[in-house]
Ligand binder design. Structure first.
Ligand code: PMP
Ligand code: GLN
Length: 380
């Protein structure tokens, strides 16, 4: 059979997690919390099952969940979203991204992405017959080089993908960034996919610059979300896409013949639990203290943080102690020091290697302490 993705291998998250299991290593690689999710939310889902919410949901998502999301968006961003026509519940953010790409890409269309990039973007574009136009973020602060973006626009450019807060670097877009982005998108009639799965994981009093605050830009945008990040349940694989009616209509055509509908009890349970605003309003402080705790634990190691302002990741440079490739370095950390991380080069199409690894701090403090104890022993 001819492969549709001949140059794509196994996801780095799978590779590093498997390696962690094999060597019984602490896993600060793949991004997921190691602490329990809310028992109350589990109870809400149990209750929904007991109440008989066990058949197919509406293809666009159960109405009470879409209504709860519209209310939340109004409360947080003062933005009016129609739950009937603009919100579609999906089996996770990754699926929502794939569906958005499939909705807009025609063969030969160019899509601009920024690297380092979350690993599903490139295969999603390729499998839909699109052409990836990767632009490297400035190193080491990982800001967006807007002059390069403007220079990369061609008559074939169809879309841009942005991600704020950003995985893997933890950078967040400023209002100035979004204004430039808006100008580029609107003046070139592009579409935007805005990956905002870490909307609540944002630190140092920075506001989340969601596209929802920019009505003209929103008209050309698919915004991607994940309940997994917000409610500490990455294994539930539930998320949603918000897009204006004309875009949601096309998105839903793809969606209805792919998964059709998502897990009913979880949607009902989350809709009920969402009344508890504290659950998402406290997330920023909760994760900021974990970021700071890990940073303080690693102060006496040869690793230098490249500051993160969002997501549950922070990058660390090891350039002061080693010249070896980040893949080799990360492998050694697992086999010799008992700790799994992610080598940053995995997020570049050409393997750009700045001697940086990504650490996930969504962990119990005792896990972070154990990880730091491993990293303190680094002696290459
Ligand atoms: N986008 C980014 C930037 C992510 O880090 C993730 C988490 N894996 C996703 C999308 C996908 O979220 P989900 O787990 O809901 O598919
Ligand atoms: N979002 C997570 C990360 O970046 C994991 C995603 C996955 O395993 N596919 O680590």
């Amino acid at each position: 059979m001819q492969s549709k993705l001949p140059h794509i291998g196994t996801s780095i998250f799978t590779v590093m997690s498997q390696l962690a299991v094999k060597h019984n290593a602490i896993n600060l690689g793949q991004g997921f919390p190691d602490f329990p999710m809310s028992a109350e939310l589990i109870e809400c889902v149990n209750q929904a099952m007991k109440d008989g919410g066990n058949q197919y949901a509406h293809s666009n998502g159960v109405p009470v969940l879409r209504e709860a999301l519209a209310e939340k968006i109004h409360y947080l961003y003062n933005s009016q979203i129609n739950p009937e026509t603009e919100i579609t519940i999906t089996p996770g953010g990754t699926y929502a991204l794939y569906t958005a790409f499939t909705t807009i890409i025609q063969p030969g269309d160019e899509v601009i992405i920024f690297e380092p990039a979350y690993d599903s973007y490139i295969p999603n574009i390729i499998i839909n017959g699109g052409v990836v136009v990767p632009i490297a973020l400035n190193f080491p602060n990982y800001t967006i080089p807007w002059d390069k973006v403007k220079a990369a626009i061609t008559p074939k450019t169809k879309a841009i993908l942005v991600n704020t807060p950003h995985n893997p670097t933890g950078t967040v877009m400023s209002p100035e960034d979004v204004l430039v982005l808006q100008e580029i998108v609107l003046s070139n009639n592009l579409y935007l996919i805005s990956d905002e799965v870490y909307e609540h994981l944002i630190y140092d009093d920075k506001p989340h610059e969601t596209v929802l605050k920019y009505p003209a830009l929103y008209k050309r945008t698919f915004i991607i979300y994940s309940f997994g990040k917000t409610y500490h349940c990455t294994g539930w694989k539930l998320g949603y896409c918000i897009a204006p009616e004309h875009l949601s209509k096309e998105f839903r055509k793809v969606h209805q013949f792919n998964v059709f509908s998502c897990d009913t009890p979880k949607q009902l349970g989350i809709a009920n639990y969402m009344r508890n605003k504290e659950a998402y309003l406290t997330l920023g402080n909760f994760y900021q203290s974990k970021r700071d705790y890990l940073r303080s634990l690693l102060k006496d190691t040869p690793l230098t943080p490249i500051p993160s302002s969002g997501s549950y990741f922070e990058s660390y440079s090891y350039a002061s102690i080693s010249n070896e490739s980040d893949k080799l370095f990360a492998e050694k950390l697992v086999t010799d020091y008992g700790i799994a991380t992610i080598p940053m080069s995995a997020f570049y199409h050409d393997g750009t290697d700045h001697k940086v690894i990504r650490l996930c701090f969504a962990k119990e403090n005792k896990t972070l302490e154990a990880a730091a104890a491993c990293l303190q022993k680094i002696n290459l």
